[in-house]
Design a protein around this ligand. Sequence first.
Ligand SMILES: NC(=O)c1ccc[n+]([C@@H]2O[C@H](COP(=O)([O-])OP(=O)(O)OC[C@H]3O[C@@H](n4cnc5c(N)ncnc54)[C@H](OP(=O)(O)O)[C@@H]3O)[C@@H](O)[C@H]2O)c1
Length: 379
Amino acid sequence: MRPVAVLGATGSIGRQALEVAAEVGAEIAALAARRGSDELLALAAAHRDARVAIAAPSAEERGRWAALGSRVTFGAEAVAALAGEPGLTVINGVVGVAGLPASVAALLAGNRLALANKESLVAGGPVIAAVMGTGGSEIVPVDSEHSALYQLLSGRDRAGVRRVVLTASGGPFRGMSAPEVAAATPDQALRHPTWRMGPRITIDSATLMNKALEVIEAHHLFGYPYDAIDVVVHPQSVVHAVVELTDGALLAHFGEADMRIPLRFALTYPGRGTRRGDPFPLAGTTLTFEAPDFDVFPALRLGYEAGRAGGSAPAVLNAADEIAVQAFLAGRIGFASIPVVVERTLHDVAVRQVTSVDEVFAVDAEGRAVATSHLGNSC
Ligand SMILES: NC(=O)c1ccc[n+]([C@@H]2O[C@H](COP(=O)([O-])OP(=O)(O)OC[C@H]3O[C@@H](n4cnc5c(N)ncnc54)[C@H](OP(=O)(O)O)[C@@H]3O)[C@@H](O)[C@H]2O)c1
């Protein structure tokens, strides 16, 4: 098994990745996070041979970390440099478009990219496509639905696939009316029924923006047109994805709502790790499926529209959503204003091609600025 670099080591994905790496006996070659927090310091102490990159340390943190000498490097470029060391499996659990340079560096170095950072593909899909496969590099998705699709589609003739279906838990507001959802508070939106995740993705799950981003991610990973990528609400979060074949057969991927399962797959593929504990309790498990409500959750429609527009539009969608989610969590806008801000921003920013990381960052900055200008008049 290749040594592992864990980017976003102090986050929800990063912590679980470290747990799985220990379980499967993978060596930790590198750790990265945004800040030089006490948690990162403890990880650096636990993994004495691992190099550490800190993207945005405070002056005080730089001083504190200097004691570790050349093991530690600072700045966004340092994170990408670690990902670009050849011979690694790079787990990208960074949140946001900041994860894109590391994804590109990992692929250019011929590494396996175990990709949780969906923004790399959503905002930088064409940039990733241009470097995917360099030197034998590959992406093994970590997002549970995409890990499921990867496993369902591996070795399958594309001509036999009618459509792929991503499941959505529906979030905490499933089944509610538009006025009920509009009154949602950050506390309510942060209570995800089935998954424990970082704050942005948890709010995105409540608006269904997370599923919108995942539709775009699936398009880039597997190359299916948007008409052949569907979403179904499945509150139990047991089935992660379904592939419908042209002959009428449906293949589903089942499993607990536990990110350690796709992480274990990404580290051990093409082998299989071992999950301890009892077998999955299939008997007694009820599965239900329902159509998503595009009226109450317009973010999903916006995701399809941005995906079909292509070019810079998905990067703008992502940037505007990040701004709107931050504003919602800070109490500046209401829950129903999140998709309003995103839609107005998409309307205002002209679609253009993006072919480099710098162009993606420029679009991201523009999307953020325009979204910020809409915060005041969207509540
Ligand atoms: N959580 C899940 O179950 C889950 C499932 C599927 C997909 N994902 C995706 O995985 C990614 C991470 O999600 P999460 O829930 O783990 O987020 P999270 O808990 O908020 O953690 C984010 C991590 O990224 C680090 N980070 C932030 N900005 C960075 C930068 N510029 N450079 C390097 N590191 C940076 C943070 O470091 P600090 O702690 O120092 O700020 C932290 O370690 C997201 O793209 C999300 O959509 C997550």
